[in-house]
Design a protein around this ligand. Structure first.
Ligand SMILES: *[C@@H]1O[C@H](CO)[C@@H](O)[C@H](O)[C@H]1NC(C)=O
Ligand SMILES: *[C@@H]1O[C@H](CO)[C@@H](O)[C@H](O)[C@H]1NC(C)=O
Ligand SMILES: *[C@@H]1O[C@H](CO)[C@@H](O)[C@H](O)[C@H]1NC(C)=O
Ligand SMILES: *[C@@H]1O[C@H](CO)[C@@H](O)[C@H](O)[C@H]1NC(C)=O
Ligand SMILES: *[C@@H]1O[C@H](CO)[C@@H](O)[C@H](O)[C@H]1NC(C)=O
Length: 431
């Protein structure tokens, strides 16, 4: 009896996320592909027909998603970013696709994507113009929402350029209502907090009621420094943003750039592991027609995707920084825990990191089962509170593990104990 009461008390102390936008979508972090980081605003279909923003690009990505196992792995949305529209609205004030680059129009493109069992995402802006200067939706929220619904669009990424910041909330809320009014379920991806942070702390309760995910920080670039800056921003704001994530609404640290040019393989593993820990949307921006097999295998790794898509939907957080390692944890269903250990020392070779249960770290009392997922899959087997596990992590790489408790009365999170790693180096044991 007491156990039930204690458990309930514990859950309420942890704090359930506020009400999510009630459109039945994004109960797990969105998975798909989004053109921006890789293809940007390339409109030169004469000079660069294979890489320009055109209906062909999305049709080819949809083909690849089905043919190459992406859809089966869970990637579902094929998303258009900026630079798709014509510079002018039509005579009825509706947005229209650029007629040269989208000769068949968005509705036909949506039909094509749907015929593959996938969903189509589109892009617009809460302000006067999109970031690249195309027509914005300010003053046209209902018209644009209805246009997207008529076309059969499934997701809207709504940017925040060219908008008076004091009206951001109103604009994002009005568009959310306009989407609802169409009666079509359209996943709503916002950038409200990103554009509000320079002026004041955003109201995440209101954001969660309005949007299915929301960008908080700068655009991701194809570089390790960019990925690192996003992780650092997230960790340094985690007390504010982590509680707002949960089924129906997620913090969005921007696209996965895995499979491009700027990240080493270890860094790609770090991005994948930590995006899963952060319960982030997994929106790849890469060229699925030409991607290296190791990057593909990483992006389709079902153990990592299982962590990302865990049904409890709690976002992880950084729990320790020690000796140029960062430790991140994410609570999973069935009282399991995912742990990521990032080696931030960008010099030298692999370094060992010791994981040992602290007294009171109940997840391994009396026993737990540990599985390493990155850098390679390895069942580390049954451990006890006395166990000491040493994992090897490459510079700017990440080791990812899951811990499954055996005890039936384990009721929640208990921080791991981080041994001073410079002492442990002298032991030199790597399991
Ligand atoms: C619109 O909102 C209502 C109430 O919040 C909800 O029940 C309904 O499912 C929503 N409809 C769509 C299409 O999102
Ligand atoms: C939002 O909608 C309200 C009510 O219709 C309106 O008064 C307000 O001007 C709108 N704000 C924006 C930014 O569109
Ligand atoms: C934040 O938004 C919520 C929901 O819209 C509202 O109830 C609350 O008063 C707002 N908080 C602040 C500090 O404005
Ligand atoms: C530990 O986990 C692994 C991976 O899920 C599983 O194959 C193995 O059977 C588990 N061991 C025990 C003792 O439950
Ligand atoms: C770790 O141990 C070394 C060697 O004993 C010591 O110099 C260092 O200050 C310790 N670091 C921390 C973070 O405790």
């Amino acid at each position: 009896m007491c156990r039930v009461v204690c458990l309930l008390a514990f859950v309420s102390v942890l704090g359930l996320a506020a009400e999510a936008l009630d459109n039945g979508l994004a109960l797990k972090p969105t998975m798909g592909w989004l053109h921006w980081e890789r293809f940007m605003c390339n409109t030169d279909c004469e000079g660069d027909p294979d890489n320009c923003i055109s209906e062909r690009l999305y049709m080819q990505m949809a083909d690849m998603m089905v043919k190459e196992g992406w859809k089966e792995a869970g990637y579902e949305y094929v998303c258009i970013d900026d630079c798709w529209p014509s510079r002018q609205r039509d005579a009825q004030g509706r947005l229209q696709a650029d007629p040269k680059r989208f000769p068949r129009g968005i509705k036909k493109l949506a039909d094509y994507v749907h015929s593959k069992g996938l969903k189509l995402g589109i892009y617009a802006d809460v302000g006067k113009n999109t970031c690249a200067g195309y027509p914005g939706s300010l003053g046209y929220y209902e018209t644009d929402a209805q246009t997207f619904a008529d076309w059969g669009v499934d997701l809207l990424k709504f940017d925040g350029c060219y908008m008076d910041w004091t009206l951001l909330g109103e604009g994002y809320i009005n568009m959310s209502k306009a989407l609802n009014k169409t009666g079509r379920s359209i996943l709503y991806s916002c950038e409200w907090p990103l554009y509000e942070w320079p002026f004041r702390k955003p109201n995440y309760t209101a954001i969660r009621e309005t949007c299915n995910h929301w960008r908080n920080f700068n655009d991701v670039y194809d570089s390790w420094s960019s990925v690192k800056s996003i992780l650092e921003w997230t960790a340094s704001h985690q007390d504010i943003i982590v509680p707002s994530a949960g089924p129906g609404g997620w913090n969005d640290p921007d696209m996965l750039v895995i499979g491009n040019f700027g990240l080493s393989h270890d860094q790609q593993e770090s991005q994948m592991a930590l995006w899963a820990i952060m319960a982030a949307p997994l929106l790849m921006s890469n060229d699925l027609r030409n991607i290296c097999p190791r990057s593909k295998e990483l992006l389709q790794n079902r153990h990592i995707i299982d962590i990302s898509q865990d049904p409890v939907g709690k976002q992880g957080y950084r729990s320790a920084k020690v000796d140029s390692f960062e430790v991140w944890e994410r609570p999973l269903s069935k009282n399991r825990l995912a742990i990521a250990v990032l080696n931030n020392q960008e010099i030298g070779g692999p370094r060992g990191f010791v994981i040992r249960a602290a007294p009171g770290w109940k997840i391994c009392d009396p026993k737990c089962n540990v599985t390493q997922i990155l850098p390679q899959y390895k069942e580390m087997g049954v451990q006890t509170q006395q166990s000491k596990m040493v994992i090897s992590v490459n510079p700017s790489g990440t080791a990812l593990l899951t811990v499954t408790p055996f005890s039936s009365d384990f009721t929640g999170l208990h921080k791991l104990h981080w041994e001073n790693t410079s002492i442990r180096h002298k032991h030199g044991t790597i399991l």
